[in-house]
Design a binder for this molecule. Sequence first.
Ligand code: ACO
Length: 329
Amino acid sequence: MNISVGLTGIGSYVPDKAVTNEDLSRIVDTSNEWIVERTGIRERRIVDYYTSTSDIATKAALRALEDGNTSPEEIDMIIVATVTPDMSFPSTACIVQKSIRAVNAAAFDISVGCSGFVYGLSIGMSFIKAGVCRKVLVIGAETLSKIVDWQDRSTCILFGDGAGACILERCEEGYGILSQDLGSDGNGGNLLTLPAGGSKLPASYETVSNNLHTIKMDGREVFKFAVRVIEKTANDALEKAQLSLKDIDFFVPHQANLRIIQSAMKKLDLKQDKVYVNLDKYGNMSSASIPVALDEAYRKSMIKRGDVVLLVAFGAGLTWGSLVLKWNK
Ligand code: ACO
């Protein structure tokens, strides 16, 4: 029997506090013009000191449960994609499980950089198709403001905080997730890292004084990788769904840089009205970017039942992932 799995609830949350490019130009040597021209970002949201990733993940999860008319006890599994977990362990997923009282769920985190939400959907779908789970809560949540080097103008301008969540379950045959393409290239791992705090470089006086607990990135190389991989992974996922570029009704790309999105639109021959862009408001929220964008587009009625939606992500690892959905809500 062919089991179809789709998104039946979706929700997101971004913190209230906005940091504008003007604000950043008072901290580092940059300008609104430079940031807008090179990235498309105008502002980003950040949490306060006392708010952690699980707090905003919980808010997004509760909104997804409400949208999906689902009670927490019905959730069999919680997957949190994040590079900014509350702590190494317990997992952020277990902390969310406790706060939403999803007492029947198995819970775990995945570390896939900005591709995390797409990987999470794919994992959740597989558990449902295998008959192991009925309802899986997939969350992408980040508080990148906590690991950004606020003295490094080439990275601190890019990132923001936010969370998005969805509920996966069986849906009408022919709808839901039609195909996926996931990939990684560990050879490029050094291009985007958080060097210290793990077993290789445990936290010490030296790691703190050398500022090794913040994001290090070779922006130019990551940019080139992104532009290259988006076209390939999108086409591979479409081929697996036996669809072509002209079948795409809506495109939700990872929101890292407007120039990367524009390049993808050109290569995939997609017009502006089919592409969701919100990085001007939020910057790059890593694994939260796609679910927040998807939730906004859905709530603005930009996606309707039956639409073919393409999600494409790329990020640290290096990793990438695409998913083709036939919108079932
Ligand atoms: N303001 C002013 N000047 C700046 C700034 C800034 N905020 N940042 C860098 N510059 C300067 C540089 O120092 C450099 O000066 P120099 O020529 O005197 O050395 C000049 O601008 C050009 O720097 P580039 O790095 O070549 O600038 P580029 O056009 O590549 O833009 C950027 C940099 C925005 C980081 C871009 O490379 C990018 O977006 N890369 C992709 C990053 C990305 O998507 N990362 C996330 C991946 S996903 C994940 O998992 C987190």
